[in-house]
Ligand binder design. Sequence first.
Ligand code: NAP
Length: 482
Amino acid sequence: MGGYKTWLREGNYIAGAWVNADSGETIDVTNPATGDVIGTIPKSGTAETARAIDAASAAFPDFAATDLMSRVSLLWKLHDALMDNQADLAKLLTVEMGKPLPEAMGEIAIGAQYVRWFAEEARRAKGEIVPPGVNGRRILVTRHPVGVVGMITPWNFPSSMLARKLAPALSVGCTVVAKPATQTPYSGLAWAALAEEVGYPKGVVNIVTGSASQIGGEIMARPEVRKVTFTGSTEIGKLLIRQSADTVKKVSMELGGNAPFIVFDDADLDAAVEGAMVSKFRNAGQTCVCANRLYVQAGIHDAFVAKLAEKTAALKVGDGTQGGVEQGPMVDMQAVEKVEEFVSDARAKGGEVAVGGSRHALGGSFFEPTVITGATQDMMFATDEIFGPLAPVFKFETEAEVIAMANATEFGLACYAYTSDIARVFRLNEGLEYGMIGINSGLITTPEAPFGGVKESGMGKEGGSQGLDDYLDTKYVCIDGL
Ligand code: NAP
């Protein structure tokens, strides 16, 4: 073997062993660029998940009691293992998911940065000694790992979405049962292979593949699982929140987005176009923080559209493993059909296709990078997440008008604005109902900052010092009679 296959695992990882589904049944995993079968994964369900939860529960007391520095040192090793194998892990990611190799390299690197960040942050997971109201008393506030954590992740960032959950959990002594997306399971399973290689004790990291409803159902039902962290669609997030009620689990939810990308007349035009390109077309538009609606002020609108159209038309589409490719295939044909629906809806309501608009000549799930002008608030993408390489441009006149349009969605994950007016920046910060705001930047994800949304985009934060909070319970000790 060698190359990316070094990290390709076709089993569940439960209690430190690679195992098949009890039934022996498997699911094929295909490369979206070629349609070729890359390998198989176990079609597991309730029973295998139950054993993974048992293993994580059994491993928890000892792992939670390890020295902080031994957990930190394991994370350092995990970071180094990721970076030492960055190229192979990135190739595996591209082959199963489709994104261009440079983007996959970036995803592995940012995952490693999250690992390093939480290795550092766990050392600052401080409690408090609080001034008591009466003499003779002391009040201590201490923080403790929540226990077994269930993790469910999507296909669009199959490696880094798990990094942002695994790293904080492991840093504070939680144990894990994770379920990666069925379309892109190998980057998730690679985390188990890496954890095994760097010496995590058996049962600390468990990964199960197969039936989402059965694996998810067992994770949600079992009282030993004290917290569930989910990244994926708002629809499934709501289902999991409902299911969490019976055992009153902590939940954190990184759900869908519908990011407005606002360009004011006073913006640096080239920077705004550059930011729009990276925010819109990265990962073929399949990111939760993707620019979904481009609002451009009337005075700069035509110049912006001309440049955006020129750059969009020049994007090189192809198999992400090939050099120079800037946009890979979409994840599957259903995703293609969804983008087609957005295009025809916009056309029917008066939108004009300035670039692209159709399936790509390469066939399969390749789609042309697309710009639509004349977008209006009654078009589907004004409220729905596109999740594809389609940039709708809306024209607006005033700041108040664009803030109202930007907020007219149930989502509240990321938004962006390009302007050179500092006073406006503060008004936007106060007026835009979003968890993250990029000012003059189209790329804002970084381990130092709390990533997460408001409204129906979710709850809880990943990254920043806040990223540890969900993995810790707070206890208070009152010592009296002193
Ligand atoms: P999805 O359909 O919700 O799937 C996400 C995960 O949930 C997958 O592992 C899936 O398993 C699993 N799942 C499906 N049904 C389930 C059930 N009944 N119980 C438990 N788990 C279940 O979302 P997706 O299409 O993969 O991802 C795209 C969505 O994720 C978009 O809305 C995007 O905005 C959002 N997202 C958000 C963030 C963020 O940080 N806010 C980041 C990335 C993506 P299967 O694969 O087996 O179906």
